[in-house]
Design a protein. Structure first.
Length: 185
């Protein structure tokens, strides 16, 4: 009986300290870095990074990162899409228009991530890649958004700071949506 009481008290202290710390603030990394190719978390090495943002999605102890990725790609209206394109399930190869009429294609869908690529007519230029990775530590879920390019565009050379700040605002709205919708995943 005392062991259960002690275990519950220890669990309450751990959860209380995690919750009291609050969600971490988004962090941006504009520097280039090398990464291991082919993992869920990173694209192939040797690419030029635009930004990286990390968002807390809150405590969801019974939901996996795969569940959250699956929910988002099955109900893509949760994503900032414009018009009627891509409102339901999306798969690799699907083409959508993001807010502002920016065309993208779904480049890859993995177990705990999905990746889009910008198409001609996108305000940031053609050929940028954005990966949305989902992870969980001690029941706390996180969304990491990384953007990079293989070849420079007019915008990567001139408007990357402004586009990074706009992306931060848009992806923060997505993260806030996922904080709530993850309960249904």
């Amino acid at each position: 009986m005392r062991r259960r009481t002690w275990a519950r008290a220890a669990l309450a202290v751990v959860l209380g300290s995690v919750l009291a710390a609050g969600p971490p603030a988004p962090v941006a990394h504009a520097e280039s870095r090398r990464a291991t190719c082919g993992t869920d978390a990173y694209p192939c090495a040797g690419v030029n990074w635009l930004y990286e943002y990390n968002f807390s999605l809150g405590l969801h102890p019974f939901t996996t990162p795969h569940d959250i990725r699956s929910q988002l790609t099955q109900h893509f209206w949760l994503f900032p899409v414009a018009g009627r394109d891509c409102r339901g399930p999306v798969r690799q190869g699907d083409r959508c228009a993001l807010v502002g009429g920016n065309p993208v294609s779904v480049e890859r869908v993995g177990s705990t991530f999905f990746q889009i690529a910008t198409l001609p007519g996108h305000s940031l230029g053609d050929g940028l890649h954005i990966r949305f990775s989902f992870s969980r530590t001690l029941g706390m879920h996180a969304l990491t958004v990384r953007a990079w390019y293989d070849e420079a565009t007019t915008c990567t050379n001139g408007c990357s700071v402004v586009s990074g700040l706009f992306a931060l605002a848009v992806w923060q709205v997505l993260a806030d949506t996922l904080k709530i919708s993850a309960f249904a995943a």
